[in-house]
Write a protein that binds this ligand. Structure first.
Ligand SMILES: Nc1ncnc2c1ncn2[C@@H]1O[C@H](COP(=O)(O)OP(=O)(O)OP(=O)(O)O)[C@@H](O)[C@H]1O
Ligand SMILES: [Mg+2]
Length: 216
């Protein structure tokens, strides 16, 4: 993974049936220069992030990594970590088991899986809660499990949807620096209406009705 990588969305559009919810989105996310996506509720932040993460196929346009088109869901061998807005945790499992799931799915050695789970949960301040079932955790704790799960992937591309929405100020700062100050070469896209997030990013893309209305 080189430090000058770049992810680029080019003329991206998403329709749901006859309804266009994302249109003509062109943006670049260089490695180590996190980009924030802001915009009112329903403006298309989540749809954009899911498309960039490969969870949703665009109706139009393409996503390029280092200038090369990648097939939907295939990031050319790079690892994608996603923090979902609704957390997407598996009910009935502990925090540690939730963080471990995608690592196990990737076939990571159990020792490495255990180490990464521990490190990621400790980083978000949940070492004490690692063995608790996620259903019994608070909203903010669940949000941090979702963050830990994405970080434990050691992703090349990190996509985080409103990752601080349920956090107190101390945890918000902690999670923000974990997400934004990643290792060299990481590409980071964050959807948020938190001014602290926007201020900490290198660029802010503002959406309205599925279109970019300002970049700065
Ligand atoms: N699966 C879907 N089918 C149909 N419409 C959808 C679907 N997912 C999202 N939409 C629509 O796309 C639009 C953008 O939704 P999106 O979730 O991206 O907004 P958002 O900016 O993330 O809002 P919020 O700040 O509330 O999270 C909305 O009008 C929503 O109703
Ligand atoms: Mg959203």
């Amino acid at each position: 993974m080189t430090n000058d990588r770049k992810l680029r969305a080019q003329g991206l559009g998403v329709d749901f049936g006859a309804r266009t919810v994302l249109d003509d989105i062109t943006l670049s996310v260089p490695a180590n220069r996190p980009v924030a996506v802001t915009g009112p509720s329903g403006s298309g932040k989540t749809v954009l992030l899911h498309t960039v993460a490969g969870l949703l196929a665009p109706t139009r346009g393409e996503i390029l990594l280092d200038g090369m088109e990648r097939a939907v869901g295939d990031h050319g061998g790079s690892v994608v970590g996603v923090v979902l807005q609704s957390h997407g945790l598996a009910s009935g499992l502990t925090a540690e088991e939730n963080v471990a799931l995608p690592l196990q799915a990737r076939g990571l050695h159990p020792d490495d899986t255990a180490r990464r789970c521990w490190e990621a949960l400790a980083a978000v301040g949940l070492d004490e809660a690692a063995r608790r079932v996620v259903d019994d955790l608070s909203g903010g704790q669940r949000q941090r499990v979702g963050v830990a799960r994405a970080l434990a992937m050691e992703p090349d591309i990190l996509v985080a949807d409103e990752p601080t929405a349920e956090l107190d100020p101390a945890n918000r700062s902690r999670v923000l620096s974990l997400l934004l100050d990643g290792p060299p070469g990481r590409i980071v896209l964050v959807a948020s209406n938190d001014p602290e997030v926007a201020a900490a990013c290198h660029e802010v893309v503002h959406l309205r009705d599925g279109r970019i209305v300002s970049t700065g």
